[in-house]
Design a protein. Structure first.
Length: 368
C-alpha cells in the first residue's frame, strides 16, 4: 500500500481538531465538525473517484503484518481518551446554552462513536489481548461495551437472517430498527454470556460474567469523572454525567445507523439442514468512496469484512458482485434519518441488485 494511502488513515484526526476549533471560536462554529462529516465528506466522496483497488494476493501477508496499521489504531485510543477528558473540562467550565450543549455532545459523539466505535470494532475482532483491551476501553467511553460480545459472537453468526437484531429488514425504518437492535442486542449479549459461562461450568452471577463488568464499568468511569470534576471545582458538576450520557447516546446511535445501512434487506438462504448458507460478500452493502473509507478505516468494505472477519482493515477487498451503496456512510446516514427518502432510493436499488444477482426479484413484502 502506498505511503499516500497510509497517510490517509490519519484523516480521522481532523475530527478532534475541528471540535477543539469549534469550541474556541465559539457560537455556530461548534458545528464545524458536523459540517465536515455530513457536508464536505459527501461532496468529496462524490467528486473523487472511487477506490476499487485491492492489495494483491502476493502482498496481503506482508501488508497484514505491517506494524504501522496497528499503531494507527492504538494511537486513536489515546486520542479519544484525551479528547473526552478535555470534553469533561470544557463542559464543566462553560456555560453552554441548550443548543451549544447539543452541538458539543453530538460533535463529541462523531469522534467517540463515529471513529471510536469503528476502531473498537476493528480491534475487537483480533485475538491479541492488548487489542481486545483497547476495544473494550473505547466501547466503555460510549456505554456500549456489550457490543464486544453481541457483535462478535452474535451478529457475525446470525447476520442477514431474521434472528439477528442488527440486520435491518426490508421496509423497516431506522427508528424501528434502532429500538429492536439496541434492546434485543443488549439482551442477546446477556444470553450469549450466560451460554459461555454455562459451558465452562461457571456461575452466571459472578465476577467472571463479562456483562456484569461491561454494565458497571461505564458507570464507574462516569462517576469518576463526576467526582474529580466536583472536587476540583468544589461543587457538584452535574454537567459531566449529563454530557457523558448524551454523547454516549449519540455515539451508539451512530453505530446503529451504520448497522442499519450495512445490511438493509440482506437475506441468507436457509438450507434443508436448518442452518443458513455461509456468509459471503453478497450479504452486506459495500461502499468504495475513498474519503469516507479513510475516515472509517475501510469499514465501508463491509462485504469482505463479514466474509472474512479475521482480515485487518488495510487488506479488505472491494467486490464488484457485492451490493453497492449509492454514496458513502456520511451521506447514507442522513438519508436513513428520513425513511420515505431512504425507501425511495434503496428499495429499487435492492430489487435491481437481487434481480441481477439471482435472476429474479426476491424482495419480500414490507414489514408493517
Amino acid at each position: 500500500m502506498s505511503s499516500l494511502k497510509k497517510i490517509g488513515f490519519f484523516s480521522a484526526l481532523i475530527l478532534p481538531l475541528l471540535l477543539i476549533l469549534g469550541v474556541y471560536f465559539g457560537g455556530s462554529n461548534l458545528f464545524l465538525i458536523h459540517f465536515f462529516v455530513f457536508i464536505l465528506v459527501p461532496i468529496m466522496d462524490f467528486l473523487i473517484n472511487k477506490d476499487h483497488e485491492n492489495v494483491s494476493k502476493e502482498a496481503v501477508g506482508q501488508v497484514t503484518q505491517e506494524t504501522f496499521y496497528k499503531l494507527v489504531t492504538f494511537f486513536w485510543v489515546y486520542v479519544q481518551f484525551g479528547i473526552l477528558i478535555w470534553g469533561f473540562y470544557i463542559i464543566s467550565m462553560s456555560n453552554f446554552s441548550w443548543w451549544e450543549f447539543l452541538g458539543f455532545s453530538s460533535g463529541m459523539a462523531l469522534i467517540t462513536g463515529g471513529i471510536g466505535i469503528t476502531v473498537a470494532h476493528e480491534l475487537g475482532h483480533k485475538n491479541d489481548a492488548l487489542e481486545q483491551l483497547y476495544s473494550k476501553m473505547l466501547l466503555m467511553t460510549v456505554s456500549y461495551m456489550h457490543f464486544f460480545i453481541e457483535h462478535n459472537r452474535g451478529h457475525h453468526v446470525r447476520v442477514a437472517t431474521s434472528e439477528d437484531p442488527a440486520t435491518s429488514r426490508f421496509g423497516e425504518s431506522f427508528y424501528s430498527f434502532w429500538y429492536r437492535s439496541v434492546f434485543q442486542g443488549y439482551k442477546s449479549a446477556w444470553d450469549l454470556e450466560r451460554e459461555r459461562l454455562s459451558k465452562k461450568g461457571v456461575q452466571f452471577w459472578s465476577v467472571n460474567n463479562q456483562m456484569i463488568q461491561f454494565s458497571i464499568l461505564p458507570l464507574l468511569f462516569m462517576g469518576l469523572a463526576f467526582l474529580i470534576s466536583s472536587m476540583i471545582l468544589n461543587r457538584l458538576v452535574w454537567e459531566v454525567p449529563l454530557f457523558f450520557a448524551a454523547q454516549s447516546f449519540f455515539g451508539f446511535s451512530l453505530l446503529e445507523l451504520v448497522n442499519y445501512l450495512e445490511h438493509y434487506g440482506m437475506e441468507r438462504k436457509k438450507l434443508e439442514s436448518g442452518t443458513y448458507e455461509r456468509v459471503s460478500p453478497i450479504h452486506s452493502w459495500n461502499a468504495s468512496q475513498i474519503v469516507s473509507n479513510f475516515l472509517l478505516f475501510q469499514l465501508q468494505r463491509h462485504s469482505d469484512h463479514h466474509a472474512n472477519a479475521h482480515k485487518r482493515y488495510q487488506v479488505l477487498n472491494h467486490y464488484d458482485e457485492s451490493p453497492q451503496l449509492p454514496a458513502g456512510y456520511s451521506a447514507m446516514i442522513i438519508l436513513a434519518l428520513f425513511p420515505p427518502l431512504w425507501f425511495a432510493v434503496m428499495d429499487p436499488r435492492l430489487a435491481h441488485w437481487k434481480k441481477r444477482t439471482f435472476g429474479e426479484s426476491l424482495i419480500q413484502q414490507k414489514v408493517v
